[in-house]
Design a protein around this ligand. Structure first.
Ligand code: HEM
Length: 297
């Protein structure tokens, strides 16, 4: 191979993407993790500012999310794209959440547990992934289970204190992992299993993107719950009456999933509604005035 004299031989730059999937996913979600920690809902929670009402709402969402996640995981349990990270005994939360639902919503909890629009969007995405792109399921499992084994343990203690719950752990079964005596060691094992998954660079790229999307679904959920809990100046009704329990019974029409604001950046549009008739009246008046002036000429 010919070389220009004086040209320094450049070694190929090492790829900036970390080799292991566990490192790559952690790096890819670092920013959204910080974003999730800093949502108003989570900041309040960390300060111990969590009411039973807020806690019930978030637990209900988690019930729906884990029911969908674990349904899809079961579908993929034998697939090489998921089998190495299939840990039902250690991780699965559905049963624990059912106990928590009975604690918080009573024996008729199945009829009473609300499902908010952001929860429905999350559930919908989990089913889409499970059915159409199961190779991305690992991104959702990582986001939830490793989070629960990390920050989730801090949140458990905060909730216990703030809500005055018994040390026996009643109402907090979700946060307790009897099959994981050592969370740090288990997370190491989980990461090693993630790293053993064989995937093409293209799939890996989509897994990283899906993990970010999973965090964003959580962020949107926290933002939505915060909005439901913060009484608006016009709406003084208590949060219990926000119509989450029975979607059909809400007074106005429930917005479709696509119509629900995706984040704080979107402004409420109610104020623009009543303006339109006024603008039309004004325009009609102006046109009439101009026409009459022309006629008079
Ligand atoms: C108040 C909110 C939160 C706090 C205080 C918190 C705190 C933490 C801490 C201390 C770790 C351990 C970091 C390490 O081992 O290097 C961690 C890891 C993690 N958290 Fe959070 N977290 C919060 C919210 C969330 C949320 C909402 C999610 C996603 C739904 C999440 C997902 C994760 C994941 C997936 C990991 C594992 C990172 C890895 O080792 O690859 N966290 N979190």
């Amino acid at each position: 191979m010919e070389m220009e004299t004086g040209t320094k031989l450049q070694c190929p730059q090492p790829s900036r993407a970390p080799q292991d999937l566990s490192e790559a996913i952690k790096e890819a979600t670092k920013e959204v993790h910080t974003q999730a920690e800093n949502t108003e809902f989570m900041r309040n929670f960390q300060k111990g500012q969590v009411t039973p009402e807020a806690f019930k709402l978030v637990m209900a969402s988690l019930y729906h999310i884990y029911a969908a996640l674990e349904e899809e995981i079961e579908r993929s349990r034998d697939s090489p794209s998921f089998a190495p990270v299939y840990f039902p005994e250690e991780l699965h939360r559905r049963e624990a959440l059912e106990q928590d639902m009975a604690f918080w919503y009573g024996p008729q909890w199945r009829l009473a547990v609300p499902c908010s629009p952001a929860t429905s969007r999350y559930v919908q995405r989990l089913h889409e992934v499970g059915r159409a792109e199961p190779e991305l399921l690992v991104a959702h499992a990582y986001t939830r289970y490793l989070g629960d084994l990390s920050g989730g343990q801090v949140l458990k203690k905060i909730a216990q204190k703030a809500l005055g719950l018994p040390a026996s752990g009643e109402g907090l079964a979700f946060f307790t992992f009897p099959g994981v005596p050592n969370a740090t060691k288990f997370k190491q094992l989980y990461r090693a299993r993630m790293n053993s998954l064989e995937m093409t660079p293209e799939v890996r790229h989509r897994v990283l993107a899906e993990a970010k999307a999973a965090f964003l679904l959580n962020i949107q959920l926290f933002e939505e719950l915060q909005g439901l809990l913060t009484p608006k100046s016009q709406d003084q009704s208590p949060p219990q009456t926000l119509g989450l329990h029975h979607r059909a019974s809400s007074q106005g029409q429930e917005p479709s999933l696509d119509e629900v604001p995706q984040g704080k950046a979107q402004l409420p549009s109610q104020s623009s509604g009543p303006l339109l008739p006024w603008v039309l009246t004004l325009l009609t008046f102006l046109v009439a005035t101009v026409a009459m002036s022309l006629y008079a000429l």
